[in-house]
Design a protein around this ligand. Sequence first.
Ligand code: NAD
Length: 484
Amino acid sequence: MVRINPKSTSDDHSGSIDEMKKILSNQKALFINEPNIAWLKRKENLKKLGSIIKDHESDFINAISKDFGNRASEETIIAEMLVIQGGINHALKHTPKWMRTRKAPTALQFKPAYNRVIPQPLGVIGIMSPWNYPLQLAVMPLIGALGAGNRAMIKPSEYTPLFSKLLKKVLGKVFSEDEVYVALGGVDVATCFSSLHFDHLIFTGSTNVGRIVAKSAAANLVPCTLELGGKSPAIIDESANLKTAVARLTNAKLLNAGQTCVAPDYLLMPKSQVSDFASAMISQAETFYPEFAGNKDYTSIIADSHYARLQNLLEDAENKGAKIRVAGNDDKQQLAKERRIPLTIVTETTPDMKIMQEEIFGPLLPILESESLNESLEYISKRDRPLALYWFGKNKNKLNRVLKESISGGVTINDATWHVIQEDIPFGGVGPSGMGAYHGEVGFRTFSHMKGVFFQSKFSQGSKLHPPYGPMASKMINLMKKIM
Ligand code: NAD
């Protein structure tokens, strides 16, 4: 996605390079003094994080809504507050077990020595987050970082300045800046932030900026988790329950007005189904939102630049022969004033259209005709690996083929987006949609060093393997050749 015209102003800045370097150096020094924060302290950190966010629920709802122009309070509760609550409760329940030293098997030739894996906090975690779910995507990595015993520095997006300021204020009530620090500012601050010597950096955002951030982190050999975007397809099989598919896809696509990293980006289905499916989605959208303009339940597009970008995708598709169907009957000028775009279905699409090439990140939904599963899988596998993939149907053989023959960050079957909030499975992309994963135990491991330790025994066979090599060494080597 192209970024222009961010909303930040100079008074949003609190992230000068000197300040960030000083905080990082303090955090690192404190970490050296206390390299293994005990469970009780981690538990206290997670609990106070959860309570302070809950206490400020309405402030977050208001700030995010103002930053967007409008965001339904229910969407902020469902997709941000509840996800965080689930993440914290899961971490509180399971972290003591994840923190334990684990026994690991030891090969026969090394016994009676033994192996252990000791999870160890890394130190200071850098967290860079986007604007689309600004609270969830700053705090979910923070839960993983704190649960694993780290300190953290966060750089939220400049597109949500009111939220970012509030986050800094709210976290500042329960954490010192030497525990959790929030850097405010624009791309200049983000650029400096990504060049800091963190012990791990997690970046959530676009693939283009992810490339820049990964390069900057690589210069310092800072390990990186990249949670990126991409075009997430939904395949509608002939065996699908179409009514259910229509309702679920419309809901998933219009949540946050399509500004969701795992929103279904485009549909693949047989030509014979396209027209009925498109009509059904339009009418489902009109049931969800009897009007789009002025509707408190419908989210605005974050910024004029993104609104223009989406209009541009439509224009390009129309110029290249696509058919456009817009839900509702709202006044166009009013919609534009409120930066709202109703569900817009684009049919008769071709792969050369921009809408089929870049991540949409808005309520436009192209449908690409595909007559068979082979055709759909081939289309998907010849392109960048998507962050999410959806399949609707009942045919078990086809389902198995989809799971085995496609590669995507994650999958939801017969619905969309839900895999993201399962704390017991990893969440992350693959290839251009991301690198690494977090949430739940996988997140704990991402923000820990899983240290392998070999405990040598009094009776080490290996200690006989030393120069000058004589008959004893030959005997040992022959024995090892047999058992290894
Ligand atoms: P973005 O990449 O523009 O910005 C993300 C972060 O990068 C922000 O904090 C910003 O300050 C910083 N940044 C911007 N330019 C930078 C630069 N040149 N150098 C260093 N840092 C820079 O992304 P966005 O527009 O905020 O978010 C939308 C994108 O994020 C979409 O592509 C979406 O798919 C993706 N996303 C992915 C996930 C996921 O979990 N995989 C979740 C949400 C959004």
